[in-house]
Design a protein around this ligand. Structure first.
Ligand SMILES: Cc1cc2nc3c(=O)[nH]c(=O)nc-3n(C[C@H](O)[C@H](O)[C@H](O)COP(=O)(O)O)c2cc1C
Length: 311
């Protein structure tokens, strides 16, 4: 155990400081936790970003029943302070969304509220069913995410089969309850070679000169740069995941992004094509328990660099 500092805060390793693994995987059985082999490197997930969780909470893993309300209120403060801006955002969002959705009136949350209120929720109502219309709306919003060259690398695998989800949870997913209990479980994959596959269609509605330029540039930009093709695919996945999770929040749902599963074995299960890459899953559903207090964001002073890293 790390030695407490004079401030009473633990000088724990960066990010998740001294959160115990049982806290992170609170729903996983202890057997699984003891033997967990993550990411095929055999390393446990480093417990990131837990600096504000008290050691009592950490010791007892009492996250859901203690102080959640207060913490939630604190989390929301920045949103309230930014209300003026948010209002503007909302107007803009409303206008932007009109052409793409018929259910506009259901999407009522300000953008900043959705950003601050989205949490990685672990407990969903297994009885709740999402409607086909809601699913469509979530996916339509998700594909508004930006992608490099508008390639839209994403291929969303919707894990619908309850048996498949049970198998992933129990055998490959560290017994994470979200995998079976969420109303929707989406595996994010992406096509690394999408840039080669009839790229004109990505620019079909653009002015001809623009389409010609971008489509012509797409090949040389990607050609022979396998690492870039992979990076681009993963960037697209990340953008779409956040878009999905914010949309879910705006629609009254919660979500959990998850990479804590055996990536290779799940790839086999879903018959992932060779030129595709695996991303995380996102669970969407009705939460039955709040997330634990927001684990703590690093100060911007540590994260923001002016102009260049060197002094
Ligand atoms: C790519 C990615 C993978 C994650 N994998 C898991 C996971 O397997 N299980 C889980 O419970 N949470 C997972 N999380 C959630 C993070 O732990 C969570 O986002 C982080 O602690 C911050 O908490 P917040 O999202 O509630 O603000 C993942 C998050 C991301 C972005």
């Amino acid at each position: 155990m790390p030695v407490p500092l004079a401030t009473g805060r633990m000088p724990v390793p960066l990010y998740w400081q001294d959160a115990s693994s049982t806290c992170y995987w609170q729903d996983a059985s202890s057997t699984l936790l003891a033997g967990c082999q993550f990411h095929s490197t055999g390393r446990m997930p480093v417990p990131l970003y837990w600096q504000d969780a008290s050691s009592t909470l950490l010791a007892g893993c009492q996250f859901h029943t203690t102080n959640n309300k207060q913490q939630t209120t604190n989390n929301q403060q920045p949103t309230t302070n930014n209300k003026q801006q948010t209002t503007n955002n909302q107007q803009q969002t409303t206008n932007d969304q009109q052409p793409t959705t018929n259910n506009q009136q259901q999407t009522t949350m300000d953008t900043l509220d959705a950003v601050y209120q989205r949490r990685a929720v672990k407990h969903f109502d297994p009885e709740h069913q999402i409607t086909a219309e809601e699913e469509q709306k979530l996916l339509e919003a998700t594909i508004q995410a930006p992608t490099s060259f508008n390639i839209q690398h994403w291929r969303f695998v919707i894990l619908r089969d309850p048996e498949l989800r049970q198998k992933i949870r129990k055998e490959l997913g560290n017994d994470q309850a979200q995998m079976t209990d969420a109303s929707l479980l989406i595996l994010f994959t992406a096509d690394m070679k999408a840039w080669q596959k009839d790229p004109q269609r990505y620019w079909q509605n653009a002015p001809e000169a623009v389409a010609e330029l971008l489509v012509g540039w797409m090949g040389p930009f990607h050609e022979g740069r396998e690492w870039l093709q992979r990076d681009e695919a993963q960037r697209s996945i990340g953008m779409a995941m956040q878009t999905l999770m914010l949309t879910a929040k705006a629609m009254g749902y919660d979500s959990c992004p998850m990479i804590g599963f055996d990536i290779d074995k799940v790839a086999e299960l879903v018959k992932l094509p060779e030129d595709h890459v695996m991303g995380p899953m996102v669970a969407i559903g009705k939460k039955v328990k709040d997330a634990w207090p927001k684990p703590g964001q690093l100060p911007l002073s540590e994260l923001v660099v002016d102009n260049s890293f060197s002094t």
